[in-house]
Design a protein around this ligand. Structure first.
Ligand code: HEC
Length: 204
């Protein structure tokens, strides 16, 4: 009779063995790919660890206040900055102009007309008097304009949107496409508009 238990052979095979096994090749490749991706990420979004990128802020609120809230707010912010650098030297930061020298943009019907066709023309090629603004007549000439000031369509759209929506003005935003369209219609015009010519431009 055989006294050996029949199950001993399979049991011995199932027991763990001590030894070495090669690391699977896929694990090596995966680790390498993850490492590579990590480097690419730091390269792309790390800002070179430049101090200009990693400025210390005093509080989360301060940092949050510096973030633009939406596309329109971003446009207004840029428009305000560009306005102050360009048009604002004459029309003033508050949009009120200067008596006898520069007419106001705040409350001006030329600025707040729902269709910006005339406003874009004034900005691009300037205007010469006589022109009535808020019931007051001006007889001057606007000696600088968006073209001579080298303002891009993008920035001019931001400036015009800003002046239409600050100082109590309420009018729809202006798009760079609207400016490009007016440029196409007016061709290589370089002379200032008169109020009569502007009034002949149909408004939608
Ligand atoms: C060098 C000074 C100067 C600059 C810069 C200037 N303007 Fe004017 N602007 C004037 C003067 C002066 C008049 C009035 C001209 C007239 O009597 O016809 C005027 C008139 C206007 C008018 C029509 C009248 C009114 O008050 O609504 C608008 C709109 C206007 N400017 C917008 C702009 C915008 C937008 C910019 C910037 C792209 C700009 N101006 C830059 C001097 C300037």
């Amino acid at each position: 009779m055989n006294a050996e238990p029949q199950a001993s052979a399979p049991l011995a095979e199932a027991a763990p063995k001590v030894g070495f096994a090669a690391v699977p090749i896929w694990l090596i490749i995966l680790t390498a790919l993850l490492g590579y991706r990590g480097c690419m990420y730091v390269d792309q979004f790390g800002g070179g660890f430049d101090p200009k990128v990693y400025t210390p802020y005093a509080s989360f609120k301060q940092l949050d206040d510096l973030q633009t809230k939406d596309a329109n707010a971003e446009m207004i912010q840029r428009g305000k900055r560009r306005y102050n650098e360009t048009c604002g030297q004459c029309h003033q930061a508050g949009g009120l102009g200067t008596p006898w020298q520069f007419p106001p943009l705040a409350g001006s019907e030329w600025v707040t007309a729902p269709d910006p066709a005339r406003l874009i023309r004034i900005s691009l090629h300037a205007v010469q008097g006589p022109i009535t603004v808020n019931g007051q007549q001006w007889d001057l000439i606007m000696s600088l304009n968006a073209i001579t000031l080298g303002i891009s369509d993008d920035d001019l759209a931001a400036i015009l949107t800003y002046i239409r929506q600050d100082w109590g003005n309420k009018a729809p935003a202006v798009t760079p496409a609207q400016i490009a369209a007016v440029k196409k219609e007016t061709g290589d015009r370089a002379t200032p508009w008169t109020a009569e010519e502007l009034k002949a431009v149909p408004l939608k």
